[in-house]
Design a protein around this ligand. Structure first.
Ligand code: DGL
Length: 283
């Protein structure tokens, strides 16, 4: 493949559902001339309550599906898959794979003044301790000590998928999950699940004086830098977006347009069985 063909290859992005669209928004903002293919595995959401084996199995399938579309880089726009299967994705992919955890951890360490950071995420992400490990590594490298407080918030994913952030029940759930952060002295809360920026207003109201860190923003900066260093950036006029989902196209389409903020082509439905075949093909 010639170098100019490599520039034109799309960037592959996947998540268990609509959450990764919050990452796609930042990717488009940072790299507006690129083509993106997004896979939302909505038939099998949530990943965050599943076992490590299942999450790795699904991640392999999503990565292989994106590789079959000839992508030049892959963004795992899912903290759960990043926490539990980034090593596997990098092993099977011949193109760079960006996860959510390390860029967000590095940015949180740089930003905190109180040296106390909060993390919220799915049960699988929090149970993996991937954020604690990444923060310990980054802070050790610069010789500081950071206290990390982590909490799983499993009900936030269905609230985001159902677009329920404004409902009174969401405020009660947010208070129940988050009130203890108010007395811990944290100044940064990492939204360690890509669904959570869809509830940013709700979380911000519950924790008014704490900065919320969106991992999609930090991951987009990292990918943009990698493509520039590798001279693979594309300078198109407008972003091109192709959406794939493993379940209802209609529900996905309306939330995608709201999240990205401009009209998008109709998503293409692929069955979970098609992804299963990708898992076996061992690309
Ligand atoms: N959006 C995903 C994350 O960042 C996963 C949510 C889920 O499927 O449980 O962790």
């Amino acid at each position: 493949m010639s170098e100019s063909d490599q520039h034109k290859q799309p960037i592959g992005v996947f998540d268990s559902g609509v959450g990764g669209l919050t990452v796609l928004k930042h990717l488009i903002h940072s790299m507006p001339g690129e083509e993106f293919v997004y896979l939302g595995d909505t038939a099998r959401v949530p990943y965050g309550n599943k076992s490590q084996d299942t999450i790795r199995h699904y991640t392999r399938q999503c990565v292989n599906f994106l590789l079959s579309l000839d992508v030049k880089a892959i963004v795992i726009a899912c903290n759960t898959a990043s926490a539990l299967a980034l090593d596997l994705a990098r092993e099977i992919s011949p193109v760079p794979v960006i996860g959510m955890i390390h860029p967000a951890a590095a940015s949180a360490v740089q930003q905190t003044l109180t040296k106390k950071i909060g993390i919220i995420g799915t049960r699988a992400t929090i149970g993996s301790h991937a954020y604690e490990q990444a923060i310990a590594k980054v802070s050790e490298d610069i010789g500081v000590h950071i206290d990390v407080y982590a909490k799983a918030c499993p009900l936030f994913v269905p609230l985001a998928e159902e677009d329920f952030g404004d409902h009174p029940s969401a405020a009660m759930i947010a208070h129940e999950y988050l009130h203890e952060f108010l007395s811990l002295g944290i100044d940064i809360l990492v939204l360690g699940c890509t669904h959570y920026p869809l509830l940013k207003e709700l979380i911000g109201k519950t924790l008014p004086d704490i900065s919320l860190l969106d991992c999609g923003e930090t991951a987009a900066k990292e990918l943009s830098a990698i493509l520039q260093i590798e001279d693979k950036s594309q300078i198109g006029e407008l972003p091109i977006v192709r959406l794939f989902t493993t379940d209802s196209v209609h529900a996905f389409s309306s939330i995608a347009e709201r999240c990205i903020g401009f009209p998008l082509p109709e998503p293409i439905r692929i069955s979970p069985e098609t992804l299963e075949d990708q898992g076996l093909s061992g690309i």
